[in-house]
Write a protein that binds this ligand. Structure first.
Ligand code: BJW
Ligand code: ZN
Length: 268
């Protein structure tokens, strides 16, 4: 089955879909100036962004990993939500049975006015911090930029004593409240996503700016398709995704280009 590029039939299906899920990835924030993970945007200094998103990388070199996340916090705070974030937020406000599962940690959907009750952060967020000390369960929020003075622009190794520390136990090193490879996704978010999928059939899933290469997030597309829902992909590079989806018998649409341009006209 070939994914359609017909906007009119997509919009008709959107109107007739009582229950809609959206799976969002870093491509949605690309035109806000934030980099994606894979492909040409995925490098920070000389490091592959994916290699830094692991508990091992943090244990090995907390200074390097904090510098990476400090840079991401800074660029996310400076970035503005784009027309794609606003269009999705508007749709979420308009539709009763709507849920966005975002893999993004940049906070731009929230800042675009996406209703919080219809938005689940599957991979955490950049402004949550968690204590790494065994037996300390401190979780907090910080929008300070930089979070500690040592994390200003410098590229030198920062002594561990100058990295962010826990205000509760006073001894533990804080870490970014994001989900790294090998870590479970947050229980509440996964439970709520499962509930949305299991309560009734999802008629449509919008797959926006994601390579669908990370699990379990990518699995939501197949789960919707398997239960008879349609799939609409918004991506600058859909050729690879489309081939896979055709093989899996996924039915729907593929709109190639910038999600920030496509979403306002497709979701109007
Ligand atoms: C545009 C555009 C524009 C550009 N407009 N489009 C099953 C099979 C195999 C492996 C696994 C499996 N299940 C689990 C795994 C292991 C692993 C995994 O998925 N590995 C894969 C590499 C195979 N998964 C995990 O480890 C997960 N945890 C887990 O499963 O735990 C199990 C467990 C249970 C109980 C106890 C213990 C463990 C956790 C995954 C966490 C992923 N974390 C990251 C980092 C988050 C923090 C941070 O932001 O730094 O999440 S990795 C990174 O990838 C980040 C992203 O959210 C995620 C997805 O990336 P995304 O957004 O799709 O970005 P790209 O770059 O890949 O794609 C961008 C797309 O946009 C491209 O397609 C472009 O074309 C497009 N684009 N500009 C529209 N303008
Ligand atoms: Zn602590």
């Amino acid at each position: 089955m070939v994914l359609s590029t017909d906007l009119e039939s997509f919009q008709q299906h959107l109107i007739n879909s009582p229950r809609i899920l959206a799976l969002v990835g870093s491509g949605l924030s690309a035109s806000s100036g934030l980099t994606t993970f894979r492909g040409k945007g995925g490098l920070w200094r000389s490091h592959d962004a994916i290699d830094l998103a692991t508990p091992d990388a943090f244990h090995r070199d907390p200074s390097l990993v904090w510098q990476f996340y400090s840079y991401r916090r800074h660029t996310s705070l400076k970035a503005r939500p784009n027309k794609g974030h606003f269009a999705l937020a508007e749709l979420a406000n308009r539709k009763d049975n709507f849920l966005t599962l975002t893999q993004n940690v940049d906070g731009l959907s929230q800042r675009a006015g996406h209703p919080p009750g219809k938005l689940l952060n599957l991979h955490g967020d950049l402004f949550t911090v968690k204590c790494t000390e065994f037996m300390c369960s401190y979780v907090g929020t910080s929008y300070n930029d930089p979070i500690v003075p040592a994390l200003s622009e410098s590229e030198t190794q920062i002594p561990e004593s100058e990295l962010p520390h826990c205000p509760s136990c006073k001894v533990g090193l804080l870490r970014p409240g994001v989900v790294w490879f090998g870590e479970p996704l947050p229980f509440r978010e996964v439970t709520m996503a499962d509930k949305f999928l299991m309560e009734a059939k999802v008629d449509l899933i919008l797959v926006v700016g994601t390579s669908c290469s990370v699990w379990p997030a990518a699995g939501y597309v197949e789960r919707v398709a398997r239960s008879g829902g349609k799939v609409a992909v918004f991506n600058t590079d859909i050729s690879a995704d489309m081939d896979d989806m055709d093989e899996e018998g996924i039915d729907g649409w593929a709109f190639k280009g910038d999600a920030a341009e496509w979403l306002p006209k497709a979701l109007e």
